[in-house]
Design a protein around this ligand. Structure first.
Ligand code: PEP
Ligand code: MN
Length: 349
């Protein structure tokens, strides 16, 4: 942190600021030119609030030069983190695609979705069992029955499972069925949930809050990491802006920004990011081209009759085509992506 003192700051005011910093365990380095003094403060207690210095007499400006999050930052860990979901690794060379319906509805629906996304090259099946709906009258999810159906469908296809946990009371149950627990956008700042998930051994998919800036998002990741859970994957899913043509504004620039600030893997959700079926593939392609470690996409065997988010869910055939396009884009930027399972089958014979 650098503290710039006002030109007319008295020596007494400067000494008061220095004393305050030292009291909070900072090492203070003072430099003075003809006009003013600058104080470079290094170290200090983690929870220090820089505004306490900003409001002191004689202080002109305080510039923070280190991030408020530590464990999530690249300074703390320069190399990329990879998060294992069994043999699937998120954050390595391979782009990982998670796909499936917004909500698990029936055995037939999740079975058909699992077969379709597996056939196109997805590695993880998505599906909500507990749904955070804006209206209390909307479909809220089938709960444990959904988890059971999804696990069976995923196992039949050799897929991993991602599902949302909305409340501390659901952690144990969802962890029994899912390989990675989603924290939804609406819960990104549910700190009691984050604290409890920090104590869990299950990987976490942390979505960006609807109006969260990147620093707040990384601070939420810090809750998970500081609680002892190193397996955190970030997910950009669009933020609320003044634009209302799309459901949210998909912030693709968050991908390279986060990759500079943090070692954690980051994937993108173009389904919630746009809310419109025909916008999903273009934004998915853009996210991979921008360097995202993967995608999470809503795919439904009959999207026009989906119980949630049908308008942004793509048909299996559209997902198939998208995966074929990603097989061109990913290698162009030095990433690998799963070959078509059909191709694997060909090799095996
Ligand atoms: C979802 O994945 O279906 C979902 C509700 O996501 P978000 O929290 O990003 O809105
Ligand atoms: Mn959804």
């Amino acid at each position: 942190m650098v503290v710039v003192m006002e030109e007319r700051a008295s020596e007494e005011q400067i000494q008061r600021v220095i004393a305050h910093l030292v009291e909070h365990q900072f090492d203070v380095h003072r430099s003075t030119d003809q006009l003013r003094s600058m104080l470079g403060a290094v170290g200090g207690v983690r929870s220090f609030d820089a505004r306490l210095i900003e409001v002191m007499d004689g202080v002109q400006e305080v510039a923070r030069i280190t991030e408020p999050y530590k464990l999530a930052s690249r300074t703390f860990r320069p190399e990329n983190t990879t998060v294992p979901l069994g043999e699937v690794r998120v954050g390595g060379d391979e782009v990982i695609v998670m796909a499936g319906p917004c909500s698990v509805e029936t055995e037939e629906q999740i079975g058909a979705a699992a077969a379709a996304v597996k056939n196109a090259g997805a590695k993880v099946l998505r599906g909500g069992a507990f749904k955070p709906r804006s209206s209390p009258y909307s479909f809220q999810g089938l709960g444990e029955e959904a988890l059971r159906l999804m696990r069976a469908a995923a196992d039949a296809e050799g897929l991993k499972v991602v599902s949302e946990v909305m409340d501390v009371s659901q952690i144990e149950l969802v962890s029994r069925y899912a390989d990675i627990l989603q924290v939804g956008a609406r819960n990104m700042q549910n700190y009691s949930l984050l604290r409890e998930l920090g104590r869990s051994g299950t990987p976490i998919l942390l979505k960006r809050g609807i109006s969260a800036n990147i620093e707040e998002w990384l601070l939420s990741a810090e809750y998970l990491l500081s609680g002892g859970n190193p397996n955190v994957v970030l997910c950009e899913r669009g933020i609320r802006t003044f634009e209302n043509y799309t459901r949210n504004t998909m912030d693709i620039s968050a991908v390279p920004v986060v990759q500079k600030l943090s070692h954690l893997p980051i994937i993108a959700d173009p389904s919630h990011g746009t809310g419109l079926r025909d916008k999903v593939a273009p934004m998915a392609r853009a996210a991979i081209a921008a360097g995202a470690d993967g995608l999470i996409i809503e795919v439904h065997p009959d999207p026009d009759h989906a119980l949630s988010d049908g308008a942004q869910s793509i048909f299996p055939a559209q997902f198939d085509r998208l995966m074929a396009e990603l097989r061109i884009i990913a290698p162009a930027i030095g990433r690998s992506i799963c070959l078509e399972p059909a191709a694997y089958r060909g090799w095996g014979t």
